[in-house]
Design a protein around this ligand. Structure first.
Ligand code: ATP
Length: 343
């Protein structure tokens, strides 16, 4: 993937061109100090290491801490601002907070936050209602700071590009606040695959569930998306290969949710990248795939927990935890052995 292709998928890049066809969004440039705060990096002007779940200090006292997550989900590793010491160390970003508070009000009181590419979908376990809905700056900060996807946007985004510029710090970061829609229907979201500027495939976006309505309606959905692609997207996007997520409203209009690069971290959902990459694929026209029955659902492409909860492979957080536990047990066994020899 080329860096220019990845850059075109940044929401602040594509939004101005597709504004009438997408969700209303307001943007805030992020300062280096806020980016350091999101990454949990120490402030060079302070000797304290900020704990990972430290929230920014509200500038007015009017922005309450979000409710603690329900008891059924794992608690944060360290308490949220539980003591006055950590509160003293908490940074504050009064200008950004004031601007974000104004934008939330302008967008109707609730927003979905994202950075240049990603929303903090893997961090919803820490939010009060388990969703990406935010009504305050501190809720946004908590989600962003708890998300591996956001950390990836901030520190690794260019790593998968074949021609990445030597200075990734030249990348400006934005907080995008999108008007919150409480009743988006997951079965009406689709990922469209565009190769060589041609729409070749469409997949149901939420593939862990069977929606009985979809197999019956897919032949009616395909031409709606195809027409939208030809009339609105094809000339306007600029890349040859990419994916676009769209939402179909109940009156048959198509709205853009997001653009993603071809391949790399983008999930192929009901397809495989190998088949989408085959030269002949799509020659017979656009292929649409949906989950056709309860047996056809795809296993948990879960993104609502940190990667460490999912990744149990060599070198993962779990792997290291288990190795440390083994080591601890081995030491205890040795100590017991030594004690009993001594006794
Ligand atoms: N404004 C909104 N209101 C309510 N839900 C939304 C809104 N925008 C997006 N969503 C939901 O959140 C999901 C994630 O949003 P989005 O695609 O922007 O995040 P992302 O991190 O770029 O995801 P991906 O990389 O998987 O495409 C969407 O698939 C959609 O279901």
């Amino acid at each position: 993937m080329k860096e220019s292709e990845l850059r075109r998928c940044q929401i602040h890049d594509w939004y101005p061109r597709f504004k009438p066809h997408t969700i209303k969004t307001l943007f805030h440039p992020l300062s280096d100090s806020f980016i350091r705060y999101l990454l949990g990096e120490p402030d060079p002007h302070s000797s304290a290491d900020p704990p990972r779940f430290l929230l920014p200090r509200p500038s007015s006292g009017l922005d309450p801490l979000p409710a603690l997550p329900p008891a059924s989900i794992p608690p944060p590793l360290s308490p949220v601002n539980s003591d006055s010491d950590s509160d003293d160390d908490a940074p504050s970003f009064p200008d950004l907070e004031a601007a974000v508070t104004r934008s939330i009000a302008d967008l109707g009181g609730a927003v979905l936050p994202k950075l240049n590419w990603s929303a903090p979908k893997d961090a919803t376990w820490i939010s009060a209602d388990g969703s990406l809905r935010c009504t305050s700056f501190s809720e946004i900060a908590l989600l962003l700071r708890s998300s591996d996807s956001i950390a990836h946007d901030l520190s690794q985004a260019l790593a998968s590009c074949s021609d990445a510029s030597p200075d990734p710090s030249s990348l400006p970061f934005y907080l995008a606040l999108r008007k919150w829609y409480p009743s988006l229907r997951p079965e009406m979201e689709f990922r469209c695959f565009v190769r060589g500027c041609r729409l070749i495939a469409i997949s149901q976006r939420e593939v862990t569930t069977f929606y009985p309505v979809l197999p019956d309606r897919k032949d009616e959905i395909l031409p709606l998306i195809e027409r939208f692609f030809h009339e609105v997207v094809r000339e306007g996007f600029g890349s040859e290969n990419y994916t676009i997520d769209v939402y179909l409203t109940s009156d048959g209009r198509v709205k853009i949710v997001d653009f993603n690069p071809w391949g790399a971290f983008t999930l192929p959902l009901m397809f495989e990248w190998e088949e989408l990459d085959e030269q002949g694929f799509g020659a017979q026209g656009v292929e649409i795939r949906v989950v056709e029955g309860r047996q056809g659902v795809r296993p948990g492409l879960k993104t609502a927990v940190p990667y460490d909860y999912l990744d149990t492979g060599e070198g993962s957080g779990w792997d290291q935890f288990l190795k440390r536990a083994d080591e601890e047990i081995r030491k205890q066994a040795e100590d017991i052995g030594n004690d009993s020899k001594g006794g």
